[in-house]
Every structure is written in C-alpha cells, then in structure tokens.
Design a protein around this ligand. Structure first.
Ligand SMILES: [Zn+2]
Ligand SMILES: [Zn+2]
Length: 276
C-alpha cells in the first residue's frame, strides 16, 4: 500500500471508461500497453492520475472541473515557478483550497513507478530488447559448442587408430559448457547459470542484486524523482553480477560411446581452447 492506493481509496477513484476494471487496471495496462494502445511513461501516467485526484478535490470544494481549466491549473499547481501561481493560489483560496497543500496531496513519478512495480507488481514487457540479447547469447554458446565438437571430432579417428580409445571415431561428441566458481567446486552449465542468474550462490552473487536477471531487480533510482524516461530501466537484464574475468570457463567434453578419455584429454582440451 502506498500513497497512490490511499488516494484511490480516499477519493473513490474509479476506472475511466468500460475498457478498464479499475484505476490500477488502467495504470497497469497503459504502462505496459497491454490494452493494445501505445504504452505511456511514468510522467504521463502521473499527470493523468494527479488530474483525477485534483478533479475529485475540486468537486468536493465545488470548483469547476471543466478539463481545459483543470489541465491548465494542474500545470500551475505542480510547477512552483509558474508566474501565474500567486494568482491561482488566491483563486483557489477563495474556494477553500491551499495551493501548496494541493501540490503535496499529488504524487510524484517515483511514487507511480513504485506503485506499478511494488504494489501492482507489473512488469513492462521488454521482450523486444531482451529477445535480441538472448538470441545473440544463444548463438554464441551454440557456436562455441559447435566449434568444440568439431575440433574434438577431428581427433577421434586418431584416438581410435592408435587404440587409445577403441571405436572413438564412432562416438558422438556432446559438448557442455560449464561455468565454475573460482573459489569453490560449484560448476553449472552456462544455460542454467543464465536461467538462475548466478554461477555460485556463495561466492558469485552480487550482495545488492541477487535476483535472477529476468525478475524485477531493485532499482537504485527507485525513490528519486528524476525519472524522465524509463528506457534505462529496461536494458539492465544481463548477468551483471559476475565480472567475466572471475568466471573460469570449463568445457566438459563427453565422448559418448567411448568409455573414457585417456590421459591425453586434458591436453586436448587445453589445445582446443587455445586454438578456439
Ligand atoms: Zn501503491
Ligand atoms: Zn563458490
């Protein structure tokens, strides 16, 4: 519960039109664009919400709520530098309202953002941006695996011929890329690390940011007012908690069908990684 919830309850704010179930439904759908219309940013939604509140207050005090006046007066109320402010203040006072109190009653962009993210737990669909990163990442992993498999396949006939691993040339190469914690034995397939958002829960999670990348992450600017556009909140979905230099790459190669790699295999993997 936040100030937005309190205001909705206090002024009995209801859904604008039959397309929405409630004010919250409107805010959520307008923010995400799931109602099929172009999604709106915090600023527009904040202004919309504040005008709804202002209209209710005006009605309570019997002041005209004609939208052309309301829009203009809202701008003057929230903008303390507006030269018409003193004039409007006097006029509002005539109707029993205090301009500074009105401003304090209204909410900021940050409050609307917190309401959407924390109270309503709405997440903006950032598929278009995350999809392309995901695809690039998947392609890179697949290509690394293909390369490792092909280089391994190249030496299998030799292993078979030399009798080091009988029938090695008939084995299928299965490549798994695992990430290992530099501090302990924890190893995890890279796909799983991406999915869960960390390599090692003990040594490789950011103390501030332990959420998997696709879940909502705490936003350091969550409580500030400086939210003019929300685009910068959408890009930050990569595995930023793990500096790549700390992540040791471990290629685990399983030659299926062959009983085991010989003692040559560590060297083989080394040379493969070096030439990759
Ligand atoms: Zn709320
Ligand atoms: Zn560890």
């Amino acid at each position: 519960m936040c100030k937005v919830d309190d205001l909705i309850a206090e002024y009995g704010l209801t859904a604008p039109g039959s397309d929405y179930d409630s004010v919250d439904d409107y805010l959520a759908k307008r923010w995400t664009g799931t109602d099929g219309r172009t999604s709106e940013g915090y600023k527009k939604l904040t202004d919309w919400f504040n005008k709804r509140v202002l209209k209710s207050i005006y009605e309570k005090y019997g002041r005209s709520t004609v939208s052309i006046h309301l829009d203009r007066e809202y701008d003057v109320i929230v903008n303390e530098d507006n030269i018409q402010r003193a004039e409007l203040a006097a006029d509002l006072e005539g109707d029993g309202m205090d301009i500074d109190e009105l401003k304090k009653t209204l909410v900021s962009h940050g409050t609307i953002r917190n309401h959407l993210k924390n109270c309503l737990e709405v997440e903006k669909d950032t598929q278009s941006t995350t999809n392309s990163t995901t695809t690039t990442r998947e392609k890179a992993i697949a290509s690394a695996k293909r390369m490792a498999a092909s280089k391994t396949e190249n030496i299998l006939p030799e292993l078979a011929k030399d009798g080091v691993v009988p029938f090695a040339d008939q084995a299928t190469v299965d490549v798994e890329i695992r990430l290992q914690c530099p501090k302990c034995d924890t190893r995890v397939p890279i796909e799983d690390a991406i999915k869960r958002g960390y390599v090692c829960n003990d040594h490789m999670t950011d103390p501030i940011n332990t959420d998997p990348p696709n879940n909502s992450t705490p936003d350091p600017s969550e409580n500030t007012e400086s939210d003019e556009n929300d685009s910068h909140h959408q890009s930050d979905t990569t595995m930023n908690s793990v500096p790549s230099s700390q992540t040791s790459l471990l290629l685990s190669l399983l030659a299926l069908g062959a009983t085991s790699f010989s003692s040559q295999s560590p060297m083989l993997i080394d040379s493969m990684l070096n030439t990759a």
